[in-house]
Design a protein around this ligand. Structure first.
Ligand code: ADP
Ligand code: MG
Length: 696
């Protein structure tokens, strides 16, 4: 018998073909699907907020006495305004002393309802307008109404709020109890959680007692849902891992290639680099395709380690592809790898969008015939038409810059023999989190930098303090250095200082011929030319956007100024700072801001001034903002998690992992009937980005 859960979404009241289509487009096809649309908050109408305690930006239920009213014409209608005052104002208070309610269209009955002196209750989002707390088009609660607790769902364009609310409620009433449990009963008892249906019911239809016990709109059922979610997440990761590791790869013996490569650099590899080489070379010598994440702080020397891996593979007669997130970086890698590659006898090729048609054809040909050993390129290398004679290894640099989808596509490239995969990232991730986010990849960490590096002196200063900025820049250039100046935008606006303004300022101060700009609106050729001039020293100051963030390596650079640094994320700032002092010289990083800073922004910049340890900064960032921001994505986009907090729910996560292991052991591809829901959820998860992007 088909379950009520599987009934079409259109069987719910108020959902016709049109609203049905809107929901379907977002991945809600059935009654059961809709149960997983979660309230973002509860509007608790039982406890009115006194006017002096209102806060702008928050939803509130307010009780007050009507002080004044007026009508006003507005676009052919009559608008209405009422001002409420607190019924018993406290003797001295700092908050608002009145609340303005406005309606910009005619609503019948308002003037009767809002008679001067009447006590009323209204609800809505409070905004501050010219210093006055205001609610536009508030909900008016009826006299004597007990005040309900309403779940508020994400706004979905094309569906009225009330319609959605009613539909979810109907879905809950019909089917919440039918949701099969992913977590078997005995384990639920062990963990101390109830059936999933109960949790769904109480999330959608919250009981007053529960909400009162958990002020602030959080909910104990969240814990239950978090566990469910983490189990699914862990299942999805296990399935993905199984899929990525399917097939076999060509094993490559490390010697003699690795020993030769290790001593081919103009420097000696650090102990940390050698340890990474050892780990990777062993994995490359397996028939199981290597799936490795090499992480290491900015400047720790990941490129060299990757090159050794490439040499190992080429030594065994195969080819390697080295992917960079930008053309700039691809070119740079090609240039820095060239001398060592040549020494090792590796035939190096570059494949980017900048190639002419003929060059491109020639390179494609060399790849297909095996006339090139190592190809450095952008994601253009991932396109379907590319054929390698014998691709043994794919290196993906700065993985966080590639989309998840691209990473997957690499993984599922079809051939009888699969290439090994080495993914590198300098976005420092606490190990605990890395294991979760990159589950399916083995983790290798380079935990130390080459010797002799001085920490970059980092300071915050108000943007207005230009003389200090200029003085520091002068000093750095006198020492034979080069300067980056990073702006949050290309064109200036009311809020943001752009490259345009800063470029003019720098040119005026330092001379037009030594200052250049670099940003995404320049062509690839122009960007390359600028970088070259800067590296050669023809340009001393490069004003740019965050195109500079990732991996740009000009050893002479010794100062970086980040304008309006509070506009950038911590990880991003750390990356930017990693652009200077790379040759071991003294270096500086100036973080300018236009005050006042929010406490969070201040903490972020302060953290940078205090340490240059990327892993510690990552922990700080996690504390300040949660894992989503760490990667520059919104949290939902990163992990797809709604209930669980990867940083805080460590225990739950471990438990979920154990449970997922049990499930997968008994049913590796989730084909058993009792895992249908898990299978469906995992599938939905894989498309989560599209579904959740604007629902959260
Ligand atoms: P990242 O890990 O950020 O990608 P890179 O591989 O770009 O770092 O290396 C940063 C800089 O350090 C480069 O200029 C590189 O030549 C240099 N480098 C790498 N390894 C060593 C080493 N063992 N000793 C000295 N310098 C090194
Ligand atoms: Mg790098």
């Amino acid at each position: 018998m088909p379950s009520l859960l599987d009934h079409a979404i259109e069987t719910l009241p108020g959902i016709g073909p049109r609203t049905g289509a809107v929901l379907r487009e977002r991945g809600y096809q059935t009654v059961g699907d809709l149960l997983w649309l979660m309230p973002r908050r509860y509007d608790d109408q039982r406890h009115p907020t006194p006017i002096h305690e209102l806060r702008a930006g928050e939803y509130a239920v307010v009780a007050g006495k009507v002080r004044t009213t007026r009508r006003f014409p507005r676009g052919g209608h009559m608008g209405f305004e009422a001002r409420l005052e607190t019924e018993q104002p406290p003797p001295d208070h700092a908050g608002y002393d009145e609340l303005k309610l406005v309606w910009f269209r005619t609503v019948p009955g308002l003037s009767q309802r809002f008679e001067v002196g009447a006590s009323v209750r209204v609800a809505g989002r409070v905004n501050e307008y010219r210093g006055v707390a205001t609610i536009a088009h508030p909900e008016v609660l009826k006299e004597g109404e007990p005040g309900v607790i309403e779940p508020r769902y994400p706004d979905i364009p094309g569906i009225r709020r009330k319609t959605l609310q009613r539909a979810v409620r109907a879905a809950v009433d019909r089917a919440a109890r039918e949701v099969p449990d992913l977590i078997p009963e005995e384990l639920r008892a062990e963990v101390g959680v109830g059936p999933i249906g109960d949790a769904l019911l109480s999330i959608h239809v919250p009981s007053p007692a529960v909400l009162d016990a958990e002020p602030g709109g959080s909910h104990p059922a969240q814990h239950r849902l978090a566990l469910e979610e983490l189990v699914l997440w862990e299942l999805a990761l296990r399935l993905r891992r199984a899929r990525e590791q399917r097939g076999t790869a060509q094993p490559f013996a490390p010697e003699p290639a690795v020993s030769t490569a290790c001593v081919a650099f103009p420097f000696e590899l650090t102990t940390a680099q050698r340890a990474a080489v050892t780990a990777l070379s062993a994995s490359l010598n397996q028939e199981k395709p290597m799936r490795n994440l090499l992480q290491g702080d900015v400047g720790c020397g990941k490129t060299a380690v990757a090159l050794v891996a490439c040499a190992q593979v080429v030594g065994g007669g195969a080819q390697a592809a080295f992917l960079a997130p930008t053309e700039l970086l691809a070119d740079q890698h090609a240039a820095t790898l060239q001398p060592t590659a040549e020494k090792l006898g590796l035939r190096l090729g570059v494949f980017t969008g900048a190639l002419s048609k003929d060059q491109r054809r020639a390179m494609l040909d060399r790849m297909a015939t095996g006339a090139v050993d190592l190809v450095v390129g952008t994601h253009a290398l991932l396109s379907g038409e590319i054929r390698f004679a014998n691709l043994g290894l794919v290196v993906v640099d700065e993985q966080h810059r590639f989309g998840v989808a691209q990473r997957l596509r690499l993984g599922v490239r079809d051939s009888t023999r699969r290439p090994h995969l080495l993914v590198m990232t300098a976005t420092p991730i606490p190990r605990s989190l890395a294991l979760v986010l990159y589950a399916g990849l083995d983790l290798t960490t380079i935990d130390a930098k080459p010797p002799g590096r001085l920490p970059t002196t980092t300071r915050m200063l108000p943007r207005a303090d230009r003389s200090k900025v200029f003085r520091q820049l002068e000093r750095a250039l006198e020492a034979g250095g080069r300067a980056y100046v990073v702006c949050p935008a290309i064109s200036s606006s009311d809020e943001l200082i752009g490259i345009d303004h800063t470029l003019a300022e720098m040119k005026e101060h330092f001379g037009a011929d030594v200052v250049g700009q670099i940003h995404g609106r320049l062509s690839g050729d122009e960007r390359r030319a600028r970088m070259r001039d800067f590296a050669d020293g023809a340009l001393k100051i490069l004003v740019g956007t965050t195109v500079l963030e990732v991996g740009v390596d000009v050893p002479a650079a010794n100062i970086i100024v980040v304008e309006q640094a509070d506009r950038f994320g911590l990880a991003q700032l750390h990356q930017l700072r990693g652009r200077v002092g790379r040759a071991g010289q003294r270096s500086a990083c100036l973080l300018t801001y236009v005050g006042p800073l929010s406490p969070e922004a201040e903490a972020r910049l302060q953290a940078l001034c205090e340490t240059d340890d990327g892993f510690r900064l990552a922990e700080t960032d996690l504390e300040l903002r949660g894992p989503g921001h760490l990667f520059g994505y919104r949290q939902s986009g990163t992990s797809g998690l709604q209930f669980a907090n990867l940083t805080k729910d460590g225990d739950l996560l471990r438990r979920a992992g154990e449970l997922a292991d049990r499930i997968v052991r008994s049913d590796p591809d989730l084909s058993a009937p009792q895992h249908a829901i898990a299978r469906a959820a995992v599938r939905r998860w894989e498309g989560y980005e599209a579904v959740r992007e604007d629902a959260g």
